[in-house]
Design a protein around this ligand. Structure first.
Ligand code: CDP
Length: 259
């Protein structure tokens, strides 16, 4: 029997032609698409495909907090449940939520909380369930982005959307939107999130090594990339309202014809 070791890292993360292994330029994002209103039972929901990542987010709330002792009398609570399906990665991943999932849930919650008006919802919870069904690097950023979109789809009052993306360094070069292999075999990974109402960072993590100039470049490229992703989030919300408008127009035309 031959054992397949899928996670052997390549020696080089750039091809002969200077492009990344998946054919991208250094500042190019992976293909990205988003859709809202994908889960009918939820108050709001969104789905995202970003490179090989496939992620659903479903929002419920404001609603009663379970367990009750987590409720806060003077404000609402945001509860994020980030889960990576056991079949979403090549390695065997235990079905029970592990430390990584709990940590990422907390990070996403900290990223999104600044845009919400939780003080308006005492004693209640907004719960966001994030299911990563296929994972290939950058899932905390993709999950933050799709969770913020699902909250907007639920009509939860928000100061703005939140957009996240990872920048980093591979083979000594700064690149945008690291893939799974670039994340593992690269020199540095720097996920960041932006809250657009105040243009501030609500997430900045760093793993690896780079100098101060490279760090500045990462922030600049990260912001530029986030702006592109933000437009795709807005387009996903717009598409929903355009299709509602179209179906209203269609049904009023039809009922007009019946008279
Ligand atoms: O996904 P993200 O980059 O935010 O988090 P990470 O912990 O740095 O994981 C990087 C990537 O490693 C994930 O996106 C998955 O593709 C992969 N991974 C895995 O294969 N098995 C795990 N148990 C956890 C992560």
């Amino acid at each position: 029997m031959v054992l397949i070791i899928k996670d052997e890292y390549p020696d080089k993360l750039f091809r002969e032609d200077g492009k990344r292994l998946d054919g991208r330029e250094k500042t190019e994002l992976r293909p990205l698409k988003m859709e809202v209103g994908v889960i009918k039972n939820a108050d709001g929901s969104a789905y995202l495909e970003w490179g090989n990542n496939k992620i659903f987010a479903a929002v419920y709330g404001p609603r009663e907090v379970h367990p009750h002792h987590l409720a806060k009398p003077d404000r609402g609570v945001l509860r994020i449940f980030y889960r990576m399906a056991t079949y979403s990665v090549f390695d065997r991943k235990r079905p029970a939520p592990g430390r990584r999932e709990k940590e990422i849930s907390m990070i996403i919650s900290d990223c999104i909380e600044p845009v919400l008006f939780l003080e308006l919802y005492p004693g209640t919870a907004f719960e966001v369930f994030i299911e990563v069904i296929d994972a290939d690097g950058g899932t905390r950023c993709a999950s933050t982005t799709v969770a913020s979109l699902a909250l907007a789809d639920a009509g939860v009052p928000m100061k703005s959307l939140v957009t996240a993306v990872a920048v980093g360094k591979i083979d000594g070069e700064i690149v945008v939107d690291l893939s799974g292999i670039e994340d593992k075999a690269g020199d540095a990974d720097l996920p960041l999130a932006i809250t657009w109402f105040n243009d501030e960072l609500s997430l900045l993590q760093f793993d690896g090594s780079m100098d101060a100039d490279e760090f500045d470049t990462c922030l600049k490229l990260g912001k530029e990339a986030a702006e592109k992703i933000y437009q795709i989030q807005l387009d996903a919300l717009r598409s929903k309202y355009i299709s509602i408008q179209e179906s209203v127009n269609q049904s009023s035309n039809t009922s007009g014809g019946d008279e």
